[in-house]
Write a protein that binds this ligand. Structure first.
Ligand SMILES: [Fe+2]
Ligand SMILES: [Fe+2]
Length: 369
């Protein structure tokens, strides 16, 4: 086992899963781990400055022995590639091992000079959850080319930095080291939508607010895992505001802006929610508003974001109805089939409970059956 583990990434921001991975690498025999924040990541831009990412790393790693930070990529400036940076790191740290995630191993062929990279240093790879066929294929391919790859027996919890960043708006910082969270809050990082979230918090019950946060997380995750490529800001806003009228629809309110046949029913809050999102939260994107307006009932011929919010509302982590895990698996395999199965399941539930079926729900079911 090499002595120094090199752990590159955007760390935008550093979260607990990064630390768990580094600790695992240490326990597997590495002497220290050097975190190497990327200057400008080749495939994406960062949400905060390099200085802030460094500061968060310093704070988050301060209680850990054997963790170091290298600012080499910042000093080099511009866009850097592993094949150029690894030789410099070897010069400084000697015997190194290059730590990457399972997705990076799968994408290695797209890196600059991958054949050179695999000759430069042994790789230590964290597999994706359930080590799928794609991962195994990449593993044999690079090993056959001479790569020295160690596969960790630790599957890091699938935490996405994207989810972490958006949930900070809602004051949800679970999964981020406390000192990092304090820094983020003090400096107001990743807080573009915090004003809206603050208003929302006052408008709904605490349990609804928590359900909303989980729905946001589920929607952002499905957007990525199902390869929908929808704009994350839109996904977040639609999920964050989908139940904004949940409480208000049960209190005395002006119902002249919603269809007369929904007033007083369970589904009224979707119509009222879209009106409030527009008038009070200043949302003017038609897709976000229509996703809110159809999240309970569905409707015929839904677009991707409408389907996504409908499903995320149903599949968020705290839902535990019978069959929910099957739906979660199905939607990851096939988004369209997963969506139709969710729609059918919610219809079944309404029939079972002898609830009134709102006409739009019936139309949605007829359309998709
Ligand atoms: Fe709802
Ligand atoms: Fe909901």
């Amino acid at each position: 086992m090499a002595k120094t583990g090199i752990f590159g990434g955007a760390f935008d921001p550093l979260h607990d899963s990064h630390i768990a991975m580094a600790e695992k690498a240490l326990s597997d025999g590495m002497d220290k781990i050097v975190f190497v924040p990327s200057g400008i990541p080749p495939h994406k831009s960062c949400n905060v400055s390099f200085e802030d990412r460094i500061e968060m790393l310093k704070k988050g790693l301060s209680d850990h022995d054997n963790f170091e930070i290298s600012t080499i990529e910042y000093e080099l400036g511009g866009t850097n590639y592993a094949c150029d940076v690894i030789p410099l790191l070897k010069k400084k740290y000697g015997d190194i091992m290059y730590i990457i995630g399972g997705d990076s191993l799968i994408d290695l062929g797209k890196w600059k000079n991958p054949d050179k990279v695999i000759k430069l240093a042994p790789l230590y790879v964290f597999p994706r959850a359930d080590r799928d066929e794609e991962f195994e294929k990449a593993l044999s391919f690079w090993r056959a080319k001479g790569a020295d790859v160690t596969v960790s027996d630790f599957e890091p919890k699938a935490v996405s930095s994207t989810c972490v960043r958006y949930l900070i708006n809602m004051d949800k910082t679970d999964g981020i080291p406390k000192k990092v969270a304090d820094y983020i809050m003090k400096k107001g990082l990743y807080r573009k939508f915090a004003g809206m979230a603050e208003k929302l918090k006052k408008e709904v019950l605490e349990k609804t607010y928590d359900h909303i946060a989980r729905t946001c997380e589920c929607a952002l995750r499905l957007n990525f895992e199902c390869g929908l490529c929808l704009d994350n800001d839109k996904v977040f806003l639609a999920a964050m505001l989908h139940d904004c009228a949940k409480l208000r629809s049960r209190q005395p309110h002006d119902a002249s802006c919603v269809p007369a046949d929904c007033v007083g029913s369970e589904v009224e809050h979707q119509f009222l929610g879209a009106v409030i999102a527009e008038k009070e939260y200043g949302v003017n994107d038609g897709e976000i508003l229509s996703a809110i307006r159809s999240h309970c009932t569905g409707k015929p011929d839904m677009n991707a974001i409408e389907k996504l919010i409908f499903c995320a509302d149903m599949l968020e982590d705290a839902r535990d109805f019978q069959g929910v895990d099957r739906l979660r698996t199905l939607i990851r395999e096939d988004f369209e089939r997963g969506f139709v199965a969710c729609l059918e399941k919610s219809y079944e539930y309404l029939v079972e409970k002898q609830c009134d079926i709102y006409p739009l729900t019936q139309q949605a079911v007829d359309y998709y059956q």
